[in-house]
Design a protein around this ligand. Sequence first.
Ligand SMILES: *Cc1c(COP(=O)(O)O)cnc(C)c1O
Length: 367
Amino acid sequence: MIPFLSLKDVTAAHGEEIQAAVRRVVDSGWYLQGQENARFEKNYAEYIGVDHCIGCANGLDALIWIFRAYLELGIMQPGDEVIVPANTYIASILAITENGLTPVLVEPDMNTYQLDGSKVEAAITPRTKAIMIVHLYGQCAYTDQIGELCAKYNLKLVEDNAQAHGCRFKGGSRTGSIGHAAGHSFYPGKNLGALGDGGAVTTSDAELAECIRALANYGSTRKYVFKYTGRNSRLDEIQAAVLDVKLKYLDEDTEKRRAVARYYLENIKNPAVILPQVPDWQAHVFHLFPIRCSRRDELQQHLTTNGVQTVIHYPIPPHKQECYQEWNDRSYPITEQIHDEELSLPISPTMTEADMKAVVTAVNAFA
Ligand SMILES: *Cc1c(COP(=O)(O)O)cnc(C)c1O
């Protein structure tokens, strides 16, 4: 069986250095809010190209803290609207509703699967305060058009960079440095993954950074002094040390993902399958390799039978979820079609050529 993603192999690829980093923290006797966090935050901020990085407990918290901080700073008010792609992972939307803000779902583009900039302006109202772009599947979702709309309507641009560590817009700025603030996830399966939960906010807004650092640490600005009713949402020292090792290899690992993607794009030849479009290789880090097929469930079954494990991202769109019942009767046809047709093929920096070949053979054999 070719696994969808072998985390064991991914960790083993840098195993000795990771083990040494973990041992260093274990032996140090210092497990939270220490030099491992400080070092990783500095290195990750530099890598992304921002002034500030604040480690936190996970990617969902990172996104929650961004909006919470805008509320605390008086930049947003409860009930304000945030434009967000209708086809995102639920966490993007939870971060908005968790803060008493209103998500305004906008359809993606069928070719890129990213927020369709041409549909955004019609969704803007006097209550719109932000656009959240989600660099879904590892592809840059930012466009000049989205940037212009943010400037024209004075909107905050928030990036969900959980799937796109290392991705670049037009070969320059990394995602996570393009908007006013970005949330990152270090969930183990992400391109930069920890050995457990982890997340971070990146921003060049000093006031926002200071507020978020306090919120993620009980709302404390100084020891035993509480400015906000925050929560405990810290990145621990072991995860920071592991992430700092893996960060050094991120660009190399991304190139390996791109090589798998290139191989799939050149060799998958099946009229029943729609491959992802890649106009700019720097703007895609292939967190996933999403294909589409109108007989998706049959294709998945065929691949399973032929020893290829696949995953659907995602089977049910947010507006059809029970937790958002108030949207259940709405219709977002493009989003729904993507959810009906999408299938993610195995992709990772540790895939062997034999695995890649076997995946292609199995996909091409689907009649
Ligand atoms: C993984 C993910 C998140 C949430 O990250 P966690 O660390 O699992 O909380 C948010 N948004 C997107 C698009 C994701 O893929």
